[in-house]
Design a protein around this ligand. Structure first.
Ligand SMILES: [Mn+2]
Length: 328
């Protein structure tokens, strides 16, 4: 097996994990498959070398990841009951400390290791491996395990595979290089099952989700001479369809898939009076930079921010900025 990026220096992470007596693995609020897959793979790996390890997040494991062996180990909420047994926290796939959503007391006196591929990551840990050239944090965990000399089990391989699958939008993004396919092949050789992952991620729609999708697609608008696509969901839509936030995963891709569209904007309720605004861009447009102008963050091709106001106010705030990125 060969590393995805052979030059990544894992020595400080290896040292910190080697010294650790108790480790908790965390990822961002509303976790996605990359965060969860990374946690599960590293969980199994650290167990295999005799470490005391837990998985804990503010929010539950998304439904599409619950088939993974190890998903049932994830705890949730602001209170982590094993905090006293932990001296080391590993943050995975999280661009900023506040996005973990955990209280300050959670971090007090702990060594914080930050492993992430968001370009906007501000290296908030004591030990940081941040590299935006990785297509997924799962790929970073693969390299870490390789450097630690830990053999991949089918459970680890399956967890990294789903991270890779979803963060590359099914191997569709420009982050997908020959090395990504080499990695995918290594994972399948180690026991990952692509058909099982694809069924779980893309073939497990609920009727509620499709009803919400139908309503959201009814909001689809093209602006900027058909170069920006806009769609949203509202709280009322959640109520009338009995769907939830998790069901909106992938809605933004319908905008991205329209010929000629260069920026897609998807807006959904986040919390009282606040909206989560997600952006997807094409080659040559940096939506990570766009989101950072709105105090958000993310990647070149996928990013987001949270804005206060009504839906109309939020839309009016974002619209001129999107237009300014489409000038040329
Ligand atoms: Mn990721």
């Amino acid at each position: 097996m060969k590393a995805m990026i052979a030059t990544t220096d894992w020595s400080l992470v290896a040292k910190a994990l080697g010294d650790a007596k108790g480790i908790v693995l965390v990822t961002h609020k509303n976790p996605d498959s990359d965060g969860i897959g990374s946690q599960i793979a590293l969980f199994h790996a650290l167990k295999a070398i005799g470490k005391k390890v837990w998985i804990h997040n503010l929010h539950p494991v998304p439904r599409i990841c619950r088939y993974l062996d190890g998903a049932e180990k994830a705890g949730m909420g602001e209170v982590f009951v094993h905090l006293g047994a932990v001296d080391t926290i590993v943050s995975l796939d999280c661009g900023a400390k506040y996005r973990l959503g955990m209280p300050d007391s959670f971090f007090e006196g702990k060594t914080l290791i930050n492993i992430d591929h968001h370009a906007s990551n501000n290296s908030f840990g004591q030990v940081n491996v941040v590299n935006a050239t990785y297509c997924a944090t799962g790929a970073m965990v693969f390299d870490l395990l390789l450097s630690l000399g830990i053999a991949l089990t089918p459970a680890m391989a399956a967890a990294i595979y789903v991270a890779l699958l979803t963060d590359t939008a099914s191997f569709r993004l420009s982050t997908v290089t020959a090395d990504v396919f080499h990695l995918a092949a290594a994972l399948v050789e180690a026991g990952a099952e692509p058909a099982v992952a694809s069924k779980a991620v893309y073939g497990s729609n609920s009727h509620e989700r499709l009803k919400l999708l139908k309503m959201s697609l009814d909001t689809l608008q093209l602006n900027d001479k058909n170069r920006s696509a806009w769609l949203h969901v509202t709280e009322d839509m959640y109520v009338s369809t009995a769907a939830d936030t998790e069901d909106t995963e992938g809605f933004i891709d319908y905008g991205r898939a329209i010929t000629g569209v260069k920026i897609t904007v998807f807006i959904r309720p986040e919390y009282e009076g606040h909206w989560k605004v997600s952006f997807r861009g094409v080659n040559g447009i940096d939506v990570g930079k766009l989101a950072s102008e709105l105090h958000g963050g993310g990647h070149r091709y996928a990013a987001g921010c949270t804005l206060a106001g009504t839906l109309a106010e939020v839309t009016e705030k974002v619209r001129p900025l999107v237009s300014s990125y489409l000038k040329n």
